[in-house]
Design a protein around this ligand. Structure first.
Ligand code: ADP
Ligand code: MG
Length: 384
């Protein structure tokens, strides 16, 4: 019975999940770089049929059947993008449906993760010529709002923030660190800039400027620190009439996250997790691993409080949220270990169950179904 209720809850999530209500996991392979080529690197990753990823190092490239039998050499994802995929391919497959859901008042989040240099920032922010998911999502959002002549009703606010070394900073208005507070909407960063956006044109410049405000390592002052997480939050507020003809406001939130470099920090089991905790790696990334593990194992208690990143993303992981992960990988055999680690972690993330549902609809379940509604609310609470 519980199953059928959670199924019902999941189906109310709309077209975003594939009926199984879990996180969608994608892989994107970047082209080999000149630097890698000059270092004598060979390509050790093959993407087949837009889904399968084969690690071909130490094996004949075409011997897929053999690779399938080798542990950790073959993975399958919701979609896998070869190095020829365009920014638009990646956006439309991974994020376009989330934008649609967010316009209907739900929350959604997209994470990019992978080792430093694997293509996370390229995928999220991109360049002027080839804007990434953040910019394409906002562009799509505005065009959808215009198409439906929602103008004036839909208000879009952007916030762009960084978590570095357990300090939260406003990337749109750099200054003193922000304090996280709990209020009725959840965890909020006090004083965070909410930039009201009216069009796409201003957004790329805004985000690029924001990215320049990310923390850099003192020794390599032009390069964003591999330990910096960037979170763009797009909040859409609009008004609708409820069943008693009262005007009520609805809010949808899209979080787009460019995670810190995952090298050595993403533990896929408890033992590795513990051994990493001693080393001062990246508390927020470790906490994210812990939360993912707890979600995968269906634990009741999800340790969101363990880091700033997971506190900020509490409503964007599991729970009432549609979540997308994009694992970025390099094709180079010199990064074989990192790539395998990233793919292994992505493979694990596939198992997360989320309960996507429309909170507004659930509140309007008729009295005759009160018991079901109660159960549903309990389930939802457990998953928050
Ligand atoms: P990360 O943010 O994961 O550290 P970057 O996104 O900065 O990595 O990518 C490293 C380098 O590779 C950058 O110079 C970037 O422009 C380039 N790059 C990454 N992905 C692609 C891609 N899909 N196509 C072309 N260049 C890419
Ligand atoms: Mg980066």
């Amino acid at each position: 019975e519980l199953d059928s209720i959670s199924e019902k809850a999941a189906s109310k999530g709309g077209g975003v999940d594939d009926g199984g209500s879990r996180i969608l996991v994608f892989v994107r392979l970047r082209p080999i770089s000149r630097k890698e080529r000059e270092a004598g690197a060979r390509c050790c990753v093959k993407i087949v049929d837009g889904r399968d990823v084969y690690l071909t190092e130490f094996a004949t490239e075409n011997d897929y059947l053999r690779l399938k039998r080798l542990r950790g050499r073959h993975f399958t994802f919701d979609a896998s993008f070869p190095d020829t995929a365009t920014q638009h391919d990646v956006y439309s497959t991974t994020t376009a449906e989330l934008v649609e859901a967010v316009l209907q008042g739900r929350n959604g989040s997209v994470f990019c993760y992978g080792a430093t240099g694997a293509g996370k920032t390229y995928t999220m922010l991109g360049t002027i010529e080839n804007p990434g998911v953040m910019v394409l999502a906002i562009k799509d959002l505005f065009s959808k709002i215009r198409q439906r002549s929602f103008d004036g009703n839909h208000v879009v606010h952007l916030s762009y923030l960084e978590v570095y070394n357990e300090t939260v900073r406003d990337l749109l208005s750099p200054g003193r660190p922000l304090v996280l507070r709990e209020d009725k909407q959840g965890i909020v960063a006090a004083g965070l800039t909410q930039y009201r956006a009216y069009s796409t044109d201003e957004v790329m410049a805004l985000l690029q400027q924001g990215n320049l405000n990310r923390t850099t390592e003192p020794t390599r002052c032009n390069e964003t620190s591999s330990r910096s997480h960037a979170i763009l939050q797009v909040v859409i507020e609009y008004h609708v009439k409820d069943s008693s003809n009262n005007i009520v406001s609805r809010v949808g939130k899209l979080s787009l996250i460019d995670l810190a470099g995952s090298e050595r920090a993403l533990a896929t089991d408890q033992r590795t997790l513990r051994s990493l905790e001693g080393a001062n790696i990246n508390k927020s990334l470790l906490a994210l691993s812990s939360c993912i593990n707890a979600l995968v194992e269906g634990k009741k208690h999800i340790p969101y409080r363990n880091s700033k990143l997971t506190q900020l993303l509490k409503d964007s992981l599991g729970g009432a949220c549609n979540t997308v992960m994009i694992a970025n990988i390099s094709p180079s055999n010199l990064s074989f270990g990192e790539t395998q680690n990233t793919l292994h972690w992505a493979d694990r993330a596939k198992e997360i169950r989320t309960k996507a549902y429309d909170a507004h609809e659930e509140m309007q379940i008729p009295d005759s179904e009160t018991d079901q509604a109660k159960l549903l609310l309990e389930l939802q609470k457990e998953n928050r």
